[in-house]
Design a protein around this ligand. Structure first.
Ligand code: ADP
Length: 416
């Protein structure tokens, strides 16, 4: 009997121990489970925060393009919406049943790309597509960069799409590319400019040095005068060249300054006419120089020095390239503009040459001395004055070089 009581007591003790142990284990399992759930919640919170704060649309879609989850905040209910509906695609918006039902949808490059990825069970990355969307009531074209990660879950295909609007980024990229190209081009043309200049400077300089030597050993007066004339014309060419180079370097450095003041246009043209007549008197040219004033009185707010520089360049070209006949210099008031012109009946310029005339170093007639810079500098000046410049010409008939500047009322001073 005693033995039986001891055995029953032992069994009870064992059972109690097992029960206590089981309870402990259960308690431990519950704590671990709670811990895991807490950790999962935290991870979920972080994932959601990341999901909602990236600067891109993230769409989790199924193979029918239906969006199952997204970070597009404005949407309370996804309501069976598909990719194009969420992106406000024009095609989806304009067709009754939304994305995928418009006649244009099969041609949509984004749809084709996603479909191909589903069909081939592959992902794609950073593809660029134009996207036509509705921005309010207005249509807008964006450039989108789209990546798609293919997923297979419980035997079903899904995809995570990431869509970036890179319209602004692309514009900045294009601007930077254009600036880089311009900088490279400028470096090339500067090297070409230097090479050209050293050649152009050496030619008159060699003539001056060479003829100065000969002059010293010349006996006759006629020869001396002839050599002096050659030295003088080369020195003038050198001076013109230096002035042109200084102007070009000022243009390059953005330092070509303009001083606006009231300018009596008739007086300015009369002065230029007088100076040109004096030049003609000292030359062998038989040109008849006529001035044509477009108004009795004309005062404009402009830069006298720069406007005179352009007209002087036209005039000296006309006298150089049309050694006889008539040259007419003048202006007309044309609405809000002043139209200046220098017309000659010289040998004229072909259509092909006309289109390149205002480029640096472009010279048609190389038998006359020149730098090929005058018209390019004139173009920059007229551009800065807010006008237009051009030339009309016919071979063997003559040319008209012209430019316009705004006829600014005298009470509004401008600075450049
Ligand atoms: P440059 O006269 O120093 O060569 P420009 O830039 O002033 O340089 O002129 C460029 C070229 O345009 C000249 O070389 C010349 O061939 C042509 N040209 C300019 N004006 C006339 C004109 N009135 N008639 C014919 N050709 C002209």
């Amino acid at each position: 009997m005693e033995a039986a009581i001891i055995i029953i007591g032992f069994i009870c003790a064992v059972l109690i121990i097992i029960l206590i142990k089981g309870r402990k284990k259960q308690l431990l399992t519950q704590t671990a489970l709670k811990k895991v759930i807490n950790q999962l919640n935290e991870t979920n919170h972080i994932d959601n925060a990341i999901f909602c704060s990236v600067h891109a649309y993230i769409l989790f879609i199924d193979s029918s393009f239906k969006v199952l989850k997204t970070n597009v905040h404005t949407l309370d209910k996804l309501d069976n919406k598909r990719v194009g509906d969420l992106l406000l695609c024009v095609n989806g918006k304009t067709s009754k049943n939304g994305c995928g039902t418009s006649a244009y949808c099969p041609m949509c490059p984004i749809r084709q790309c996603i479909q191909r990825a589903f069909d081939t069970k592959t992902s794609f990355k950073d593809l660029r597509f134009p996207l036509h969307i509705y921005n309010g009531n207005e249509k807008k074209e964006l450039l989108a960069m789209i990546s798609g990660s293919y997923l297979l879950m419980k035997g079903r295909p899904y995809m995570v799409l990431t869509i970036h609007d890179i319209t602004k980024l692309n514009k900045i990229e294009e601007e930077m590319r254009a600036k880089k190209e311009a900088a490279e081009q400028s470096s090339v043309s500067k090297s070409a400019f230097l090479a050209n200049m050293s050649h152009e400077i050496r030619t008159p300089l060699n003539a001056i040095v060479g003829f100065s030597d000969i002059l010293a050993s010349t006996d006759t007066k006629d020869e001396r005068m002839q050599y002096q004339e050659i030295i003088k014309s080369n020195a003038n060419l050198l001076l013109q060249l230096v002035n042109d180079i200084l102007d070009v370097s000022k243009i390059e450095a953005g330092m070509l300054d303009f001083n606006y003041a009231d300018v009596d246009i008739n007086l300015m043209l009369s002065d230029l006419h007088q100076q040109a007549l004096m030049k003609l008197e000292g030359s062998s040219s038989s040109v008849n120089l006529v001035k044509s004033l477009g108004a009795e009185n004309c005062v404009a707010k402009t830069d006298r020095v720069r406007v005179s520089q352009v007209i002087s360049n036209f005039l000296s070209n006309a006298m150089k390239y049309a050694a006889q006949g008539q040259i007419t210099m003048g202006y007309e008031v044309r609405g809000d503009n002043l139209y200046f012109f220098v017309k000659d009946n010289g040998k004229g310029i072909s259509k092909e040459d006309l289109s390149k005339l205002f480029e640096r170093f472009y010279r048609v007639d190389r038998t006359k001395s020149g730098t090929g810079l005058g018209l390019a500098i004139s173009k920059t000046i007229v551009d800065k004055l807010g006008g237009k410049i051009g030339a009309d010409s016919e071979l063997e008939k003559g040319s008209t070089f012209w430019f316009t500047i705004p006829y600014v009322p005298s009470d509004s001073v401008q600075t450049v």
